[in-house]
Design a protein around this ligand. Structure first.
Ligand SMILES: Cc1cc2nc3c(=O)[nH]c(=O)nc-3n(C[C@H](O)[C@H](O)[C@H](O)COP(=O)(O)OP(=O)(O)OC[C@H]3O[C@@H](n4cnc5c(N)ncnc54)[C@H](O)[C@@H]3O)c2cc1C
Length: 486
């Protein structure tokens, strides 16, 4: 899809729904009468060095890194809080460490920097399990870090504030102003109106690649994963859940860590639903429920995932609207299932859902380099590495050679054909097998730090992302605590 097609689609979704619905039912092509020409508007301007779009897993770290590098930084977030999919989607943060057991090599923490700082601050407020080592399961060879999702939102918000980031929550990125291959401004909308945020450098951390798409970048929409709306289930008993799964000889994953202030407690548990009661297993299958959960509290399952495969890309509004309803119906069925079958969950209730469904991939943005499956499993490093990463969600099927790490090269974050736009998070890496590694939270956080620091350096040097001297970026990242393995 190109920019014109995308802008046209965005407009047609946003206005005149009745006439467009009628147009969609007709077989004849739409005429001018089916459209409304939006009058041009004069927008107030704000000026920054760096604008980061999306305050999720990668964006929080990107904006913090840019501001700490001295850039006047704005962060645009649609929701009322930072955190993104890390606080809404999955089970735990994967992973700060390499996969070491399979190869009998040294266990190493390979992601540090701002990502680790978030965990350090969460530890102080009882908001994380700490780095909990898996003792069983397909990912037994790893460390998972469970978080209290609400504390994560607060801690990251405070860090952004302390770094001096101009945090615009409840503000949506709706367009981009471009000049040839350069992004001039991000157009944002909030209840204060529509504004143009001009900047020298931009970072897209929207997961959907909204800024890149508005700016005219090339992209595809693979729609190759299920979407999800996970629930936080409260008034439950984690130890009884553990007993329920283990008494059926069904435990597939286990990790122990800090929980409700005590160490060495179960903080992650998964089971083979097939081995549980047939009625439970059948219904879990019907509603797409994965029973893996992590927690940092005795009476709370932080995430129970309900998955759904969409017929169209999650950028399709009407497809998503149907899915939102279906997922909420299934969530209600999930609670009933837990209440009926799982000891300790008789009075369980939903304490948290995601405000909108979560995706594992939306748009795939074309960057200067596309990290391949071989790059990941052969543990390749590059002459422009910005971080090291050593976890694979498909282990042990796909393992990183010798329990080592691969590098994320700076060029993999540079949006192709655009001078001053970087991308970080789930929107990079086309090969699904490689994406099963790079899309993990901790990798996204590391990418965010690199992209934010690079954007700030580019702004300070008044240069495009391709003119930045790699030694300068590496030096800045190393000083900020980033670990390099090459
Ligand atoms: C169901 C599920 C389970 C997962 N399980 C795990 C797991 O166990 N371990 C693991 O490590 N990873 C897991 N992942 C993967 C990981 O969570 C994601 O890949 C990662 O968090 C993505 O980070 P991101 O920064 O790219 O996107 P996000 O964290 O989603 O951030 C995007 C942000 O941009 C904002 N935004 C979007 N569009 C706009 C706009 N137009 N204007 C303003 N703001 C906007 C969003 O509100 C959001 O805050 C899971 C993912 C899902 C969906």
């Amino acid at each position: 899809m190109n920019r014109r097609e995308f802008s046209h689609q965005a407009l047609t979704l946003a206005i005149a729904p009745a006439s467009l619905a009628a147009a969609a039912r007709r077989t004849t092509p739409p005429t001018a009468a089916d459209y409304y020409n939006e009058p041009p508007k004069k927008l107030p301007i704000r000026r920054f060095d760096v604008v980061v779009a999306g305050a999720g897993t990668a964006g929080v770290v990107a904006a913090t890194a840019a501001a700490r590098q001295g850039a006047k930084t704005a962060l645009i977030e649609w929701k009322g809080y930072p955190g993104g999919t890390a606080t809404e989607g999955g089970t735990a943060l994967h992973s700060f460490y390499n996969l070491w057991k399979e190869f009998g090599v040294q266990k190493r923490q390979v992601v540090r920097g701002i990502a680790q700082e978030i965990i350090d601050r969460l530890l102080k407020v009882g908001g994380t399990s700490g780095h909990a080592e898996m003792s069983k399961g397909f990912n037994y060879d790893s460390v998972c870090t469970a978080i209290d999702t609400e504390m994560y939102k607060l801690v990251t918000f405070e860090m952004l504030d302390e770094a001096g980031v101009f945090v615009c929550v409840n503000t949506r990125l709706v367009d981009a102003v471009t000049d040839g291959s350069r992004v001039r401004a991000a157009v944002v909308e909030s209840r204060s109106g529509r504004e143009a945020f001009f900047a020298k450098s931009f970072v897209d951390c929207t997961a959907y690649g909204d800024l890149a798409a508005y700016a005219g970048a090339d992209y595809t929409e693979p729609n190759d994963y299920a979407v999800c709306n996970s629930i936080g289930l409260a008034n439950v008993d984690v130890d009884k859940y553990h007993d329920f799964i283990s008494s059926n000889d069904a435990v597939t994953q286990l990790a122990a860590g800090l929980r409700s202030g005590r160490d060495a407690q179960t903080v992650r548990i998964d089971g083979s639903a097939r081995k549980l009661l047939p009625e439970f297993a059948r219904e879990a299958g019907r509603i797409g429920m994965s029973i893996v959960t992590t927690t940092v509290h005795d009476n709370y399952f932080m995430f129970i995932k309900i998955n759904l495969k969409l017929p169209k890309s999650p950028t399709d509004r009407d497809t998503v609207a149907k899915a939102e309803l279906e997922l909420r119906k299934r969530q209600a069925r999930a609670v009933r299932l837990f209440r009926k079958f799982v000891p300790g969950c008789e009075k369980a209730f939903i304490a948290r859902t995601s405000p909108s469904l979560n995706i594992r991939r939306g748009r795939l943005i074309t960057c200067d380099y596309d990290i391949s499956h071989e790059d990941v499993i052969d543990a390749r490093h590059f002459d422009d590495d910005v971080m090291a990463y050593g976890f694979h969600d498909s282990a042990p099927r796909y393992q990183i050679k010798n329990g080592g790490t691969y590098g994320i090269p700076y060029r993999a974050l540079r949006v192709a054909n655009i001078e001053n736009l970087l991308a970080a998070g789930m929107m990079i890496t086309s090969d699904r097998r490689a994406h099963m590694s790079t899309r993990n939270t901790v990798c996204c956080m590391g990418q965010g730090q690199a992209a934010g620091a690079a954007a700030a350096l580019c702004a300070a040097k008044n240069c495009g992302t391709r003119d930045l001297k790699y030694p300068d970026l590496r030096d800045a990242l190393a000083k900020a605590g980033v670990y390099f393995d090459s």
